[in-house]
Every structure is written in structure tokens, then in C-alpha cells.
Design a protein around this ligand. Structure first.
Ligand SMILES: [Zn+2]
Length: 165
């Protein structure tokens, strides 16, 4: 069984920026809420930018508003993508049509359960090679017992954002 390691205390949003020639990667960690302040980050981002969103575990409604305002106004960014989207991010992508701004979704985590041993895991799905516009979900082997795991949500709900990818 996987263990939920989220504590009761909210974790303020932070990010780590890696700048390489031709690509800026921003790794976000924490919760997106009304305290999220993207002003400095917006100023700094330019060119090709990739957001890594694996460690964003919660977003509240004020955070959604801050985020939407942030991603729709990135004047120096020419190419934006989201990768490693956590289930919380996927939920927002499915509910809020402009949550992604102009970003392409490159990969996301999806919940899987093993019917043989009960293990639950989030598996990383690469959109171009494993999901694509047909909204199919790949199968994975359980890392505990090797059985084929079942997708643990409704595909038409969890994957509806792919129709826009
Ligand atoms: Zn198993």
C-alpha cells in the first residue's frame, strides 16, 4: 500500500528554477492558494519554459485564480509545457478550461490499483507516446507483485483534458 505522507499543515508554495541554454525548468512544490505570488517569477521567465508539477498536492479556489492569471500573462515565454502533473493539477485541468494557458501537457500522474495485492500507485503517463488524443490509458505492472494494474478513476473524467492537448 502507498502511504499518504501529507501532513495536516499547508505547505507554502515554492519553486526551483533551472536555467539551461534554450530551456528554463521550474519545479513547483507545495500548495497553490491565495498566498501564491507569481510576480517575480513572471518577470524572470522567457523563451521555452517547462513547469514540473509533481509536488503540487493541493490547489484551492483562490489559488486557481492566481494561477490562471499567472499563466495567461507570460509575455516573454514563447513555448510553455506542463509535465509530471499531479492528480490535483489534473483535476484542475479537467475543470478549469484556461488552467493551462497556452501550455502543452507533456506528462501526468494517474492513479492505479492492483486487484491482486491491493497496492495503489500513481504512475507517470507520457502524453505523446502513451496517451495522446485518443484518451487511452496505458497499463502498468504492479511494482509489488507484477500483476497488471487497473486504472483507478473514470477514464472519461480523469482524461478529459487530453481532448484539448
Ligand atoms: Zn500487486
Amino acid at each position: 500500500m502507498s502511504t499518504d505522507v501529507r501532513g495536516p499543515e499547508p505547505v507554502a508554495l515554492s519553486w526551483r528554477i533551472k536555467e539551461r541554454p534554450g530551456l528554463t525548468t521550474v519545479e513547483f512544490v507545495g500548495e497553490i492558494d491565495e498566498n501564491a505570488d507569481f510576480i517575480e517569477l513572471r518577470r524572470r521567465l522567457r523563451g521555452t519554459v517547462a513547469f514540473q508539477l509533481a509536488e503540487v498536492r493541493r490547489i484551492n479556489s483562490c489559488g486557481v485564480r492566481e494561477w490562471v492569471n499567472f499563466v495567461r500573462d507570460l509575455p516573454h515565454v514563447t513555448d510553455l509545457s506542463f509535465s509530471h502533473c499531479s492528480p490535483a493539477i489534473v483535476t484542475q485541468l479537467n475543470m478549469i478550461y484556461n488552467f493551462r494557458g497556452n501550455a502543452r501537457i507533456r506528462s501526468f500522474y494517474a492513479p492505479y490499483v492492483c486487484e491482486r495485492c491491493g497496492a495503489e500507485e500513481e504512475k507517470l503517463v507520457d502524453v505523446p507516446t502513451q496517451a495522446g488524443a485518443r484518451q487511452e490509458i496505458p497499463s502498468f505492472a504492479c511494482s509489488s507483485c507484477g500483476a497488471t494494474m487497473e486504472f483507478d478513476d473514470l477514464p472519461e473524467r480523469y482524461l478529459s483534458f487530453l481532448a484539448e492537448s
